[in-house]
Ligand binder design. Structure first.
Ligand code: ASP
Length: 431
């Protein structure tokens, strides 16, 4: 059976099991005995992300051997990332203005939501404080580690490790080959080992997603709180689905000559994992493995484009931030001018870049978007109840956008393999 079917079955069984346990009043059993397996699964994926970034970027750059190729690829990647994110925000803004989801919340629902989730909102607002108080160039400063090893022990500093790996890879190209050979071959071997570890981890994926979804279901908040948020949730979902099924497929057909079916077939396991884990960073190892071995993106491209994308390219998050900001403004009876809405395109694009690739991070950075637009941050409480499912979906979009970028950049560099050139046993090795 194909991997994505196994994962899907794990997900469905997890949801059913969660509901069953809810009915039987066994929430604690799930939290105590099932959830830990989900946590272990996410941890092991995160554990491998740092070594993967280091080994794959260095190997990829060393393989390219050409500095001008690297800078051309970098330029294309950043252009793609910025423009698709800005387009995502625009789609979100247009949808939120057409649907007007705020008008579906009555006074009573508003008061209940604000009261119930004000504590949770405060925690997010506090978390955003540090980001809010920085100077404009601080994100740039934060990209450069002052100590490589302390960067490597912190999953939050992936961008710093990427910075080091790129520098290291470039330096490796610049020194004579007889000196670089040993280092290159070490990292290339390390890269293969890491990829094999990912294969082993993926073997346990169906069990991992089962545990994650079962745990999520028993933690769903009171359904009565969710009813007023349905239209808002549907607006975000509609925007995300437009990106997934219309926007990226069009880009793939036009710029990479890849049929959507091929893309989804290759990337589905990564998309399902993104949905189950709500974390682009935890999904990164699988995104890389699928893009390389199944979509046909040459490792020289995927090793550079995907880690960068997982940390800075978040179209789904940006779209969600736009809809959420407008929704909160509508419920709080704040009229946003066209200029304020256009400013949201800029702030949501930047906020999504600054969002960490972990569950719920998009909501923390939403605080910045709200603050810039003059919308009360306490309004965050309004969207709390429904945030997790939307986080799951926007993470799928974030990961899909990264994979689309990898395919487009690879195609433009002549580094996209035909399906016939792929290893037909790639999946078999796993089972
Ligand atoms: N969970 C998202 C991701 O990892 C970020 C967010 O929107 O919260 O891509």
């Amino acid at each position: 059976m194909k991997l994505h079917w196994k994962i899907l079955i794990g997900m469905v069984l997890g949801v059913l099991f969660g509901f069953l346990m809810n009915q039987l009043g066994q929430k604690e059993f799930v939290s105590d005995w099932i959830k830990p397996f989900g946590t272990i699964f996410i941890n092991v994926l995160k554990m491998i992300a740092m070594p993967l970034i280091l080994a794959s970027i260095i190997t990829g750059l060393a393989d390219l051997k050409d500095f001008s190729k690297i800078s051309k690829m970098g330029g294309k990647t950043i252009t793609y990332y910025l423009s698709t994110t800005a387009i995502a925000v625009t789609i979100g803004l247009v949808l939120a203005n057409i649907v007007n989801p705020g008008s579906f919340i009555n006074e009573e629902a508003r008061a209940t939501l604000l009261e119930t989730f004000s504590g949770d909102a405060t925690i997010k607002i506090e978390a955003a404080k540090a980001a809010k108080e920085t100077t404009p160039l601080q994100p740039l400063v934060d990209m450069v580690p002052d100590n490589l090893f302390s960067a490597m022990i912190n999953n939050g500093s992936m961008l710093q490790v990427i910075f080091f790996a790129i520098l290291f890879g470039i330096a490796l190209i610049l020194i004579p080959e007889e000196k670089s050979r040993g280092v290159t071959s070490f990292f290339s071997g390390l890269n293969d080992v890491v990829l094999k570890i990912i294969d082993i981890i993926m073997f346990t994926a169906p069990l991992g997603v089962f545990a994650l979804l079962a745990a999520l279901i028993v933690e769903i908040p009171d359904a009565s709180l969710l009813s007023g948020l349905v239209v808002y949730a549907l607006t975000v979902t509609a925007g995300l689905l437009i990106m997934l099924f219309l926007f990226y497929p069009t880009l793939l057909i036009v710029f990479a000559k890849i049929k959507p079916k091929r893309f989804f077939k290759a990337m589905m396991p990564a998309q399902l994992l993104a949905f189950s884990t709500s974390s682009s960073a935890a999904t990164l190892p699988v995104t890389m493995e699928r893009a390389t071995e199944h979509l046909g993106v040459d490792e020289d491209v995927s090793s550079f484009v995907l880690p960068l994308g997982a940390t800075i390219n978040m179209d789904g998050t940006a779209l969600y931030q736009a809809v959420a900001a407008i929704f909160i403004a509508q419920v709080m009876n704040i009229d946003l001018t066209i200029t304020q809405q256009l400013m949201i395109i800029v702030t949501a694009t930047l906020a999504s870049i600054g969002s960490a690739a972990v569950p719920g991070a998009g909501m923390v950075m939403l605080v910045i978007v709200l603050a810039q637009a003059g919308i009360p941050e306490a309004g965050l409480a309004l969207i709390f109840a429904i945030d997790r499912p939307l986080d799951m979906l926007r993470t799928v979009i974030n990961v899909s956008s990264d994979a689309t970028a990898a395919a487009i950049v690879a195609s433009s560099e002549g580094l996209l393999k035909d399906p016939g050139e792929l290893d037909p046993n790639a999946e078999k090795i796993r089972s």
